[in-house]
Design a protein around this ligand. Structure first.
Ligand code: ATP
Ligand code: MG
Length: 337
């Protein structure tokens, strides 16, 4: 797969001296869903705005589809779609009129606008409501229309800044579905930001954890989880006496995949780098030793553990918080002006 987004030491210092993005390096492959995960003020929106050519980097370079974001702004813009964190649709127009306007901005022909407009509105389930004023849309519907507007010119890369901020769980999973569909049906590359752990975990192929303008870690959700520690396997078995417990304890400690073995509440707790491979081996060994296993379970470290490990603090809950709803309302208010 080809690299489609590349950044080298990309940096933004705002006038006044705020270092919002601090020498970040990253590369995203064509067709990937890449997530930027970080708390408020981490520098997610600033990074996206530089990549979509709306902000000038202070230092560093980035290329989108091979084009430099400073030297070839027009080229860069022609291959990307951008859905900002704030709602951008005009509420005094209907859903359809918003799309029409967007299509014209991209110099699409009336026929193209007609066919693609229907396609994108059907995708976000707004076709039936297209002739209503956006004023009457809910927050989730406005966000979906926003996404439709970012798609009408069929970009190769879609940048979504907090696509599900402040939305309810149902609308959020619906939006995840559209995003997956865009990738599978149109091979689109998706770069999104989020501060929702579950969104990053379930939706993204790879995640960069960003904090205070710096990338703290990059990898697949699984790689990141593995990087902070092993899987935890708990085993309970029937004792037959005769020192069998000690024998099993010693045997397990010698397994190459096993990092440590502890005994707690008559269970064995095993930390292993790779539970999926270790469990069958452990079971077969216990069977050979004549132990009767009563239960076995495995727990993986969560992305919460990963975030804590790399940033030293916890990210907020997965559910939309009152603060998110507040930000969503502020975004809607700004859109009205
Ligand atoms: N126009 C601006 N002028 C000065 N400082 C800014 C400006 N925009 C953002 N900042 C600062 O830059 C830092 C990064 O902000 P940014 O909006 O990129 O973060 P973010 O990760 O998108 O946060 P959020 O989750 O709240 O959207 C913050 O400290 C913010 O206060
Ligand atoms: Mg932001």
């Amino acid at each position: 797969m080809d690299v489609i987004i590349e950044a080298e030491k990309l940096t933004k210092i705002y006038p006044g001296g705020v270092l919002a993005v601090d020498h970040i390096d990253l590369s995203v492959k064509e067709g990937e869903i890449f997530g930027f995960l970080g708390p408020n003020g981490a520098g997610k929106s600033t990074t996206i705005m530089m990549l979509v050519t709306l902000l000038h980097p202070t230092e560093g370079k980035a290329r989108i589809a091979g084009w430099d974001i400073v030297q070839h702004r027009g080229r860069v813009r022609s291959v990307l779609g951008y859905v900002s964190q704030d709602i951008a649709v005009d509420e005094y127009l209907t859903g359809w009129e918003n799309l029409l306007l967007q299509g014209k901005l991209y110099h699409l022909s009336p026929q193209e606008i007609k066919t693609r407009g229907k396609e994108v509105l059907e995708m976000v389930d707004l076709w039936e409501r297209k002739d209503e004023l956006v004023q009457n849309y809910s927050g989730g519907m406005r966000k979906r229309l926003d996404i439709a507007c970012g798609l009408i010119h069929r970009p190769r890369i879609l940048f979504l800044d907090e696509p599900t901020l402040g939305l309810d769980i149902q609308t959020r999973s619906k939006i995840w579905e559209y995003i997956r569909q865009l990738r599978s049906e149109h091979k689109m590359t998706i770069f999104l930001t989020t501060h929702y752990m579950d969104e990053a975990d379930k939706l993204c192929d790879r995640i960069a954890i960003i904090d205070h303008g710096k990338i703290m870690a990059i990898g697949t959700p699984l790689e990141l989880k593995r990087s902070v520690g092993g899987d935890l396997v708990s085993i309970k078995f029937q004792e037959n006496g005769n020192g069998q417990r000690e024998e099993i304890f010693t045997a397990l400690k010698e397994f190459p995949l096993v990092e440590s073995v502890k005994e707690k509440d008559s269970q064995l707790l095993i930390v292993t780098k790779d539970g999926n491979t270790a469990i069958p081996q452990i079971l077969s060994r216990l069977h050979d030793m004549g132990a009767e296993v009563q239960s076995i379970s495995m727990k993986r470290p969560s992305l919460d553990d990963v975030f804590l490990f790399y940033t030293g603090r916890q990210l907020r809950d997965e559910e939309a918080s009152p603060q998110d709803f507040y930000r969503m309302r502020m975004a809607l208010r700004r859109a009205k002006r």
